[in-house]
Every structure is written in structure tokens, then in C-alpha cells.
Ligand binder design. Structure first.
Ligand SMILES: *Cc1c(COP(=O)(O)O)cnc(C)c1O
Length: 517
């Protein structure tokens, strides 16, 4: 992380929250929560079973020599522990969560209700297909919506997240190139502003990554792409709207140029929330695009899940879609799971994961899509863009904007407004935590210095946006007035304060060991 030369290493002493003047170390509702193993009270359990009558062991002399190390806990202790832990994270249900690029939007409770219906929630992926016809129909229906919204002829439903979808798309491209006898196309063009998963995916797939520089206006130009094209180019990976929150106006010309040179157009669709119902990626010349269901069709993600990244495919790539996929025949829905079962043009490149995709996410996404309808989806993307532009308009006199003009769904600022204040983007973010907001995405995209990438989404009302704007203006004013101390001491009100993030990443302590008796 770019800390721009200033020491931000925490003072571990001041990080300890115990010195708060209370006997317990708690601060009212902010409890000092030990690890569950530290709560161990040997012999205590949440259940009260009668003593087992003497029975002869039938284990042939095998007997546990010691316990398995689970802590002894009463039921209320367990419930309180996990309830308190659940309250230690900021989340979209507790506050505005303007994490740019991540599209943290409200998840309607209707989605959750439907995902918990026993017919969806309690089924098993190995059940006979005849008993899960409704689930297969739901996957088919969602596929239909995704194809209709994007204008694309095919979709691979199984990828489990955006990055996994990128891998799926690039594997389909590789399979198509091999089928064309052009396995020598090994170079993938990736703009500098791309999300880190793009070059990582290309490299993971065995391609070499060639970076396209960003223009002064934050966009990719067709000239810069043409300068890189050649007979060894497999594809371009382009994000639209891009990670600066800007629409790529030359996207169609770029797609045409890449196609003319024999390459494919992979579109990173993580920012699809900005254009659903307004732009059909097929009309832009896209060959493959992942859709982060967890960004565009509700369900804020994080902490490892849940996510889902179906990939829409053009006619050129559709035959290589991975197994399994759902087909609809005279006798209902069928899951094609093995190469021996495929028909027609289908030449699947393989399989992305066990089973059939993220069923719970499919239910949530379809519930979101159907409850909004086509007009509602279009309204949501328009509101997301409006909210970002409102933020940008209300903050740009105090904070510095790298690119003039309207933005799409996220507003990008850089750290020029903090010049000579002694405050960094990171310090500013820490002060936002004290104000009760999750910080924006910082130091990404890399093409601007000390980036603040703010994505309010359509979720936020004008009242919330105004409160957030008020907090940002207050902090920007404080920094400019020379109150660096305020920032360097933040966050003040969290259970822990500045942590040594480098040590946490480099030397993580993943195992609890009991203190010596
Ligand atoms: C989120 C994101 C990804 C990766 O998606 P995951 O679902 O997190 O794997 C890729 N590109 C962009 C622009 C993103 O915002």
C-alpha cells in the first residue's frame, strides 16, 4: 500500500483498547471480545444430557486419549459471542458502504426470503434431476434474463465469482483459438487502470500481459490499442464503465479493431450496475463478459462470499462454454454434466467447479431482477449514476478530481487536495471510520495518485448522501486547516485502532495456542 513515505506503523501500545477506564475493558456496547477458545470453561456445555449408561466399548480398544480441544461454553455465551462479533463489522445493513468497484448495494429481504424456501434452500446437488426440476428451471430463467439484458446468445452459469468468470472467459477464448489452429496467440492486452484480477487471470491462463497506457482523460484510446495489436494477440480485457468510473466512448471502435486483428474482446462486467437496461454489451462487440451477480443484482459480498460470476458469450465462444449447463427438452429440464452427453456445436472446454454454480445466488439474482422488472433495473442503474454525480458535484470544490466531466456509477478523487497537509488517503479513510462510514476504495485505480474511489450505488437516499457529503467536507476542511493530528490519531472509536497491516499480511497468526498452564 502506498503510504507515501510517512510512518503509519501503529503504536501497538495505543492500539490496545483495554486502557479505557472501565473494569471490563468494555465501552458500553463496544465489548472487548476474546477469542472463543479464550472463553473456554472446561466441562460447561449448552446441552444437559443424562449420563450414558455403562455400555461395553465396541471400538476394539480404540479410545480417545484426550479431548478434541473444543471450548466448553454455555448457550448464552455462544450466542453473545457471535452476536457481538457480527456487530464489529461495518456492513451495508448498518451504514453507507461506498466501496468503489465493489457495488455494495442494498439486498432486498425478499431475495433472502425466496432463497430460504425449502425447495431451493434444502436441496442437494446430487439429487436426481427429476426431483429438482424447479431449481433447473430457475437457472434456465436467470440465464434467459442475463442473455436478454446483455443481448448475448449464451451464458455459462457455473463460475463462482467475477475473477472465476474471467478465468472461464479466457479459457473459452483459449479453446476457440486452439480450435482455429491459432494457439500461438498468447498476448493479452490489459489497460493500466484494470482491476488486478484481469492481469492475474491472463497470467494464470498462460498468456503474457501487455499493458495499455491510460490517456490523460482516464480512458483507453483506439489508437493505443491499435499500436499493440498483432498476430499474437489473443484478446483485450477491457472494463466498461472503467475503474475510473468513466464510460469508454471508443469501445465499439476498439472491439472492431481487435476483431479485425483476429482477437477477442473480453469485457470485465463488474461495473455492469451502471448500465443495466441502458447498454447491451452485445452491441459493443463483446465476446465474453462476466456478470458479478453479487454486485449488479444485489447481495453485498465480502468475507469470502457469497458470489457468483456467470459469463455471457458471443456466438464465436458459445460452443466452448464449460460443463455443466441446463438444456430444456420435451421432457423437462436436463443438466448436461459430461462430455458424452453434449449435442450439436457444443465443445465444452471442461468444468469450472464441482456441481452447478451458486444456487443461492441464482435465486437472489432472479428475485431481484423479477421484482424490479426491466424498467426497474434501468431505473436502478440510472439512480446509481445520478448518486455518484451528485457526490462528485458536491465534493469537487474541496477535493481534487483527476478527470473532469460527468462520471458513471462511481466518483474518483485523487490526493492532490491533501498536498502539504501531512494527511494521506489512508489517514483520511481512518477518520471516516470514526464518522461511522465504511471508507471508500483507496489507492485504486493505480492510474491516479492516492485514489479515493467512491461508489454510493442507487441504494442511498439524498438524506444519507448529504450526511456523507457533510462528513467528507468536514474532514477535508479539517485537513486543509492543518489539523493533521485529528487524522493521525484516527480511528479513535473502534475496538482496535491502527493495526500493523503489513505484519498482519506477511506474518498472519492463524493458530491459537493455549497459554502454558
Ligand atoms: C470486483 C471486481 C472484479 C472481481 O470480481 P470478484 O467477484 O470479486 O472476483 C473484477 N473486476 C472489477 C472491475 C471488479 O470491480
Amino acid at each position: 500500500m502506498n503510504t507515501q513515505g510517512r510512518k503509519t506503523t501503529p503504536d501497538i501500545e495505543s492500539a490496545a483498547a483495554t486502557d479505557v477506564g472501565t473494569y471490563t475493558g468494555n465501552r458500553a456496547l463496544v465489548h472487548e471480545e476474546p477469542l472463543i477458545f479464550e472463553l473456554d470453561n472446561p466441562g460447561v456445555t449448552g446441552v444437559d444430557l443424562e449420563a450414558v449408561p455403562a455400555v461395553a466399548s465396541r471400538l476394539g480398544g480404540l479410545k480417545a486419549r484426550e479431548g478434541i480441544g473444543l471450548p466448553g461454553l454455555s448457550e448464552p455465551t455462544v450466542v453473545r459471542h457471535y452476536t457481538r462479533l457480527s456487530q464489529k463489522n461495518l456492513g451495508i445493513d448498518s451504514t453507507m458502504y461506498p466501496l468503489g468497484s465493489c457495488t455494495m448495494k442494498h439486498n432486498p429481504r425478499l431475495n433472502e426470503k425466496l432463497a430460504r424456501l425449502p425447495g431451493f434452500g434444502d436441496i442437494h446437488p446430487m439429487q436426481p434431476q427429476s426431483t429438482v426440476q424447479g431449481a433447473l428451471e430457475l437457472i434456465d430463467q436467470l440465464a434467459h434474463w442475463l442473455k436478454t439484458l446483455t443481448g448475448m446468445p449464451a451464458v455459462a452459469m457455473s463460475p463462482a465469482a467475477g475473477a472465476h468468470g474471467e478465468l472461464c472467459g479466457l479459457m473459452a477464448i483459449r479453446a476457440a483459438l486452439q480450435a482455429r489452429g491459432e494457439a500461438g496467440r498468447t498476448r493479452v492486452l490489459v489497460p493500466e487502470s484494470a482491476h488486478g484480477t484481469n492481469p492475474a487471470t491472463a497470467a494464470f491462463c498462460g498468456f503474457t500481459v501487455d499493458a495499455i497506457p491510460a490517456e490523460a482523460n482516464g480512458r483507453v484510446s483506439v489508437e493505443a490499442v491499435k499500436a499493440k495489436l498483432g498476430p499474437d494477440v489473443a484478446c483485450i480485457m477491457l472494463t466498461n464503465p472503467n475503474t475510473c468510473g468513466l464510460f469508454e466512448p471508443q469501445v465499439k471502435e476498439i472491439a472492431d479493431a481487435v476483431h479485425a486483428a483476429g482477437g477477442y474482446f473480453y469485457c470485465d462486467g463488474a461495473n455492469y450496475n451502471a448500465i443495466v437496461g441502458r447498454v447491451r454489451p452485445a452491441d459493443l462487440g463483446v465476446d465474453a463478459m462476466h456478470i458479478n451477480l453479487h454486485k449488479t443484482f444485489s447481495t453485498p459480498h465480502g468475507g469470502g462470499g457469497p458470489g457468483s460470476g456467470p459469463v455471457v458469450l458471443s456466438d464465436a465462444l458459445a460452443p466452448y462454454a464449460p460443463l455443466p449447463y441446463v438444456v430444456h427438452g420435451a421432457d423437462g429440464f436436463r443438466l448436461v454434466e459430461h462430455e458424452g452427453e453434449v449435442e450439436g456445436e457444443s465443445k465444452p472446454f471442461g468444468r469450472m467447479k464441482a456441481f452447478h454454480g451458486q444456487m443461492g445466488m441464482f435465486v437472489r439474482a432472479l428475485a431481484y431482477i423479477m421484482s424490479h422488472g426491466a424498467d426497474g433495473l434501468r431505473q436502478a442503474s440510472s439512480d446509481a449514476v445520478l448518486n455518484a454525480n451528485y457526490l462528485k458535484a458536491r465534493l469537487q470544490d474541496l477535493m481534487s478530481v483527476p478527470f473532469d466531466g460527468y462520471c458513471m456509477h462511481e466518483a474518483l478523487f485523487d490526493d492532490r487536495f491533501l498536498k502539504d497537509t501531512g494527511v494521506t488517503t489512508l489517514d483520511f479513510a481512518k477518520a471516516m471510520i470514526d464518522e461511522g462510514f465504511h471508507p471508500m476504495t483507496m489507492y485504486f485505480p493505480l492510474v491516479v495518485h492516492g485514489a479515493f474511489l467512491i461508489e454510493p450505488t442507487e441504494t442511498e437516499s439524498k438524506t444519507t448522501l448529504d450526511q456523507f457529503i457533510g462528513a467528507m467536507r468536514h474532514l477535508a476542511g479539517k485537513a486543509k486547516a492543518g489539523d493533521a493530528a485529528h487524522f493521525l490519531a484516527a480511528p479513535r472509536y473502534t475496538p482496535r485502532r491502527r493495526l500493523d497491516e503489513t505484519a498482519a499480511a506477511r506474518k498472519p497468526v492463524l493458530r491459537w495456542t493455549p497459554p502454558a498452564a
